[in-house]
Design a protein around this ligand. Structure first.
Ligand code: 13P
Ligand code: MG
Ligand code: MG
Length: 393
């Protein structure tokens, strides 16, 4: 069958600041997911939160961008918003940027990552005798938070020894979106390994370019899909950070989960954090962790699933970062965070002006920029030019 994994995420309110949703909100979304399973819309669903973002991971047979599946997620987020309002939570309905989405909810505020594939997990299936995948959810992050770890996991044998094996060795295609182009989805496809350097030229800019999907060149199968949009481009003003989600299929023709998560040991610096305006390291955490660190130390969770022949999840899931193996990285993230915070507002500690332009910081900077004046009798550009050309007599 054609099976779709849909990961749908929104921040619709949180307790005591941008920390976590309430239990009541989580219960409401879980109950809505159970109803959708009972009604036959979904085959299975898992609901968790990372910081203040509620994330629904679901399976169904309706394909990507399905209106009914997206509407179910929207309605669930509306229900949670109403609870957030009732109990006075902060930022109720924060990511629901339109009154009602038309068709699917892409571009309406929530983050969406989906993959549809032929699902036939039998021993004789040469490509996918078993379906294994994980979902990443990051909070207090810009849209390109996964650029570095995804690239390393799918293109660098230093992180993924599997790339030295025959099938994986054919490499992967990186579909990269230019999020500054608001005319439409502006994409480029680059192939690893031969476009290795070109891919890094783009991915170094986490605020403008983000990986949207990664495809196996051996099989043509999609390995990963990432929600890559810039909330501020949709909202026109700062409403919250993008907090991307990703669905990543693994094992067999794809890298193994242990390879794909190894770059997260870096606790690499990313944009987002407090007021969506700073640079802090990404800390791997268990699912259902609140954001309580200084300057909203950004978090990423990673939950693994298997899917049986009917599209149902394994009885339980694997919480990759809920393990003492990651304690050292959490310590590292905290140390890197303290080091970065020690320089406060200076230089690399805050995002550049271009990224701040949609937030309240823009007004503060704009008001000052408007007050600058050219010094009377000072250096004049025309004179300078004349001196360079020697035409000054
Ligand atoms: P969220 O995007 O997670 O709501 O965070 C917003 C923020 O500005 C925190 O300081
Ligand atoms: Mg929030
Ligand atoms: Mg959030």
């Amino acid at each position: 069958m054609d099976l779709t994994i849909s990961v749908l995420k929104a921040d619709v309110g949180s307790i005591g600041g941008h920390t976590k949703p309430s239990d009541r909100m989580m219960d409401a979304v879980r109950a809505a997911a159970d109803r959708a399973i009972k009604d036959g819309l979904l085959i299975d669903a898992y609901v968790g939160h990372t910081g203040d973002d509620i994330c629904i991971t679901s399976t169904h047979t309706r394909g990507d961008n399905d209106e009914r599946v997206h509407q179910f997620a929207w309605d669930s987020f509306i229900e949670a918003t109403e609870i957030a309002r009732q109990y006075g939570l902060y930022g109720a309905g924060q990511d629901l940027l339109v009154d009602a989405p038309s068709g699917n909810i892409r571009g309406a505020g929530p983050a969406v990552a989906e993959i549809t594939f032929d699902h036939d997990p039998v021993k004789t299936n040469p490509l996918r005798p078993a379906e294994s995948f994980f979902v990443l959810a990051a909070d207090k992050c810009g849209p390109g938070a996964y650029n570095l770890p995804m690239f390393l996991g799918f293109a660098d044998p230093m992180y993924c020894a599997g790339l030295m094996l025959p099938r994986l060795g054919d490499g992967f295609t990186f579909n990269i979106i230019d999020m500054d182009n608001t005319d439409g989805d502006s994409l480029i496809s680059l192939n690893a390994p031969e476009d290795y350097y070109k891919i890094t030229v783009l991915l170094r800019d986490n605020e403008r370019f983000a990986i949207e999907s990664i495809v196996s060149r051996y099989s043509g199968q999609t390995a990963a899909a990432i929600s890559a949009t810039r909330l501020h481009n949709i909202a026109g003003s700062y409403t919250g950070k993008d907090d991307p989600v990703a669905v990543v299929r693994n094992q067999g023709i794809f890298p193994a989960p242990e390879e794909l998560i190894s770059p997260y040991t870096k606790a690499h610096f990313i944009g987002g954090d407090a007021r969506g305006s700073h640079v802090m390291p990404l800390m791997p955490v268990a699912i259902n962790t609140a954001v309580t660190g200084m300057y909203c130390l950004p978090l990423v969770s990673c939950v693994g699933f298997s899917i049986n022949g009917e599209g149902k999840f394994s009885e339980s899931s694997t919480d990759f970062f809920d393990n003492p193996a990651w304690d050292y990285t959490r310590q590292l993230a905290q140390e890197k965070g303290i080091a970065m915070r020690s320089q406060g507002w200076s230089g690399a500690a805050m995002l550049p002006y271009g990224e701040l332009e949609y937030s309240g910081f823009r007004q503060s900077i704009g008001d000052l920029v408007a007050r600058f004046a050219i010094r009377a009798n000072g250096h004049q550009p025309a004179e300078a030019e004349a001196m360079v050309t020697g035409d000054n007599d």
